[in-house]
Each structure stands twice: as C-alpha cells, then as structure tokens.
Design a protein around this ligand. Structure first.
Ligand code: SAH
Length: 511
C-alpha cells in the first residue's frame, strides 16, 4: 500500500527564477519534501504545494561537514518512507554541488533517484554580464575551477600556476576569500598581468554586480566596488570581448526594489513588468480575496443570466470569481448567453478573453464615470438589463449613472469580498524590514487601509531604504491621504502599464 519514494537531485539555476528548467519546476511544485540550499532563489519555496515539507539545509561555515552526512541520511529516510523528495541545489547539481556524495549514499541504500541539470553559475553569470566564454580566435576551452572545495578548508587545493599555462577561459567558483592568492598564483604561473578578467557577484539576480579589467587590477576593483560572495572570477582572452554595454544592469529599474501589496497570485503581471525593467520585487500582500458569501444572490443572477443585454466586469478579481462561480453552476460556456461585455481596464479584459469571449467595450480611462459614459454612448442601454459584477466595494456611482443617464435596469452581483491579510505572515517581510525598498505600491484603497492598520509590523530597521508611497489611482491616493500618509507618486492613468511608466519616470536611470 505504501507509495515508493524517490529522490530527485535537481539544479535550480544560478538565481533568476526564470533560469530553472521546466522539469525542475514541475518537480518543485509536485514534491512531498523539498530539501534546499541557501543559494537557491527563495521564490521557489512559494511554488511548492501547501502540504510540502520544506527543509533548509543551507550551509554556513562551521556546520558543514556534519551536515552533509545528515543531509544524505535525511534524503534516504524521507524517500524510504514513501516521499517524492526534491534535493534542490543552486546552479547544477554536478558542478561543485556535492551531488556525487548524495548519489553514492542513495545507491548504497537502494533508493532510486534521478538527476536534473541546471544552469551553472559560471554560465548564468557570463550571459547576464555579457562576458563571452569562447571565441573562434580568442578562447577554445573553458575550465571550471574552485577556489576551495569546502568552506572549512583553508588552503587552495588547485595549482593555479598550472592553469595559467592551460589557457582558454578560467571560471573560478568559491574564489573570493582567496582572490589575491589566486591572482598572484596565476601571474606567477605565467599569465600576463594584463590578461582580461572579470568578477560577477550575485549573478542573474537584481543585486548582480560586475567588474571588468586586467588581471592585475582585479583585487583593487573588487575592493573598490565591494564585491563579495557568491561570485565567479573569469580570466581569459574571450573575457576581453565583453560588450561595452550591459543589457542586464542597464535596464531602467536595475538596482531598484519595489513592494507590491496585492493578493498573492495577482501580482504576477505587475511583478513581471517591473522585473523585466530590472527591478527587484517584494511581495507583501496586504489584502486577500474571499469568495462571495451570498450564494443565494449568485444563484438568482445566474437563473436570469440569459436576460441581460450587457455584463460589466469592474475588476479582474470580479471577473475571475465570476467565472469560477459560473462554471461551478453551468459547466458549459454556452449558458453565458449572447450578452455584450464591458470591462474596466485591460487586465480585467484579459481575464474575460481567456474564455474566448469578446470584450466589446473598455473605457479609455478606468473609472466608474468613464465606463458609464462609454456605455451610454453605445445608445443600447435604454430599458436594457445590465449585470454589474463587483466585489464588496460600493459601485453606487456606476449603477446610478447607468440608471439615471442611460435608463438601464441594473442588477449588481457581488462575487467576492476583500479582507486584510496578515502581513506578519508574508515571507518577504523580514527582507523588507532589513533592507527597505524604493517604493511601496498600493493598487487599491483596501490595501492602503490594511497598511494603515498594520504599519507597526512594517517598521523598518535602522539602515533600511525608506520607501515612498505610490498609488494606482485617485481613489487609493485619497484613502492614503485621509489617513495622514503622503502619496509621492500616482499612476497617470489607473493601469499597470501606466504605473510602471510612472515608476520608470521617477526611478529610471536615464539611458
Ligand atoms: N552548483 C553550483 C555551485 C555551488 S558552489 C552551480 O552549479 O552554480 C557555490 C559557488 O557558486 C559560489 O561560491 C559562487 O562561486 C558560485 N555561485 C553560485 N551562485 C552564484 C551567483 N548567483 N552569482 C555568482 N556566483 C555564484
């Protein structure tokens, strides 16, 4: 009856969440136990199933050797009790990842396993820093070396002098604490001190930093720029071909940190838009969406659904919840009927379009007044039945305008309600309190109110960056101001794209 356990030794890639393989991602989201290192992007933890057991085996100096045995033992035990275990490691598991030791122990214990490769740090760092590793004329080999195999080992084990003679491109892992010694040995071994070299620290992450220069300047440059671990040291002629531009660090919001406060799962578009511009995004959900509590009203609206001339979705949450309820009631899209569809905002419309339904009207500006005006302008409202899908927030202005100006017969259907979510439970809270951010982004009045209520939990530590407050639209700004908070930035129009444009205008580096 017991399920057979298995271990997957999986590479998570060098840092950027997008650099994990599809196979690894599937395993992360379906495993029973995730055993992970401190070099993996913590965002992967949020992708596990709710019942998944998360085990942090992050290595810190001084507790390394004992732990490796314990890790191996744990993998065996967890698999033998029937679990699908993912051992997630930074980069690639076979590149300085102690995967060989774990594999041997699993073999000895007769536990079945698979290995999933990952983008190793040297390749990730090289790509994200624009540093070529090979070139037809300037570099025909690549070596991956380690400054020290074990954090506890003091001496360099590799004869760097010999590698000076090897030529090609050297990619040195775990070398920062011995940087000076490594450089000296390479030069003593015969490498010219003018040999092109580079260091990339925190590669592929929003905190990536790099230096480029001749080998002899490497130590000085690293000190000057404060580069530390984790980092890869590159040496070789191909490194000298690094572009003068920098696609990764030149993105307009590189080095900026923003906090988004929408419910989990809805930040993704805003998060993606900001990350694509180079920003680091922290998620601190201040509100959560709860399904409609009045099932009877929902059932009544659905009973008469074929009678409506228009359906109006005022928010993406509303659209999402509406279709959840709809498919629970009907199971077939044809029951939706031939009504025309209006949506406030592109994000809302995209939820509706996911069902292959055509959105006929999106007001140019995402406000109740503009929506009403645009609907009235269609001259189709007189005596028409209109169904307005809302959340718990009052949509009185919209309903009044549709009824008084458009002479429509309006029903409203509240399909969800918002509640404050407990910010002390947010995984990113500690990071926010320690380092702060450039801006806190509020996309709704309820998020603003939740912030006011929980401000004490969000107090920053001494040296943290103090964020400005940024609002999605007039209503949210008004709520912040009513509560004595100053709004430093408001999106020109209430849309995600406009919000991102405003942040770029305020924080973007001029290119
Ligand atoms: N298995 C990993 C390497 C683990 S050893 C891989 O394939 O990438 C740890 C070393 O990897 C660090 O000391 C550093 O040299 C390098 N490293 C890991 N992540 C890095 C990153 N984001 N940026 C720069 N170097 C990184």
């Amino acid at each position: 009856m017991s399920k057979k356990g298995k271990v997957y030794l999986v590479g998570a890639g060098p840092g950027d969440q997008g650099l994990i393989t599809l196979k690894a991602r599937d395993l992360v989201s379906s495993c029973d136990v995730l055993v992970y290192d401190n070099l993996i992007n913590p965002a992967f933890l949020a992708e596990t199933a709710p019942e998944c057991e998360l085990i942090d085996v992050g290595k810190t100096p001084g507790r390394h050797t004992v732990e490796q045995e314990q890790i191996c033992k744990m993998l065996v035990e967890k698999a033998q009790s029937g679990n699908l275990v993912v051992r997630l490691k930074g980069g690639d598991p076979f590149v300085f990842g102690r995967c060989a030791e774990e594999m041997t122990v699993l073999d000895d214990a007769g536990v079945s396993y698979e290995i999933v490769p990952g983008v190793t740090a040297a390749l990730g760092c090289a790509a994200y820093a624009g540093i070529p590793l090979t070139h037809r004329d300037y570099g025909s080999s690549i070596s991956f070396l380690t400054g020290h195999e074990d954090i506890e080992k003091e001496a360099l084990r590799i004869d760097f002098g010999k590698f000076a003679a090897t030529g090609g491109t050297l990619c040195i892992y775990m070398g920062m604490s011995k940087l000076e010694e490594i450089v000296d040995k390479l030069i003593a071994g015969g490498l010219p001190d003018s040999k092109p070299a580079a260091i990339v620290s925190n590669g592929t992450l929003p905190s990536q930093r790099k230096i480029l220069g001749p080998l002899k300047n490497l130590v000085g440059l690293a000190k000057e720029k404060g580069l530390g671990s984790p980092a890869i040291i590159f040496v070789g002629n191909a490194v000298g071909l690094a572009g003068s531009g920098d696609w990764f660090e030149d993105r307009p919001l590189f080095g900026r940190r923003f906090v988004v406060t929408r419910p989990v799962g809805q930040n993704s578009r805003l998060k993606k838009l900001l990350e694509n511009k180079g920003a680091e995004v922290l998620e601190l959900p201040l509100i959560k969406i709860l399904p409609a509590d009045d099932r009877k009203l929902v059932a009544e609206a659905f009973a008469g659904i074929a009678t409506y001339g228009w359906i109006v979705f005022t928010s993406a949450n509303g659209a999402r919840e509406f279709f959840n309820l709809f498919f629970r009631a009907f199971g077939d899209i044809r029951s939706f009927g031939p009504m025309r569809i209006a949506c406030v905002g592109e994000t809302t419309a995209s939820v509706v379009r996911d069902y292959n339904l055509e959105v006929e009207l999106i007001p140019p500006v995402s406000t109740a007044e503009d929506l009403a005006q645009s609907l009235v302008a269609t001259e189709s409202l007189d005596s028409a039945h209109v169904l307005v899908i809302t959340g718990s927030r009052n949509r009185e202005i919209l309903v009044n305008l549709l009824e008084s100006v458009g002479h429509a017969i309006v029903d409203t259907l509240s399909v969800y309600s918002t509640d404050f979510s407990d910010v002390s439970e947010a995984a990113a809270l500690q990071d926010f309190r320690e380092k702060g951010a450039d801006a806190l982004v509020f996309s709704s009045s309820s998020a603003a109110l939740s912030y006011v209520e929980q401000e004490e939990d969000l107090v920053l530590e001494k040296d943290a960056r103090v964020p400005i407050l940024c609002s999605f639209g007039a209503q949210t700004s008004a709520t912040l101001k009513e509560n004595g908070l100053s709004v430093d930035l408001e999106a020109e129009t209430p849309s995600l794209d406009s919000l991102v444009d405003s942040l770029v205008a305020k924080f973007g580096r001029s290119s």
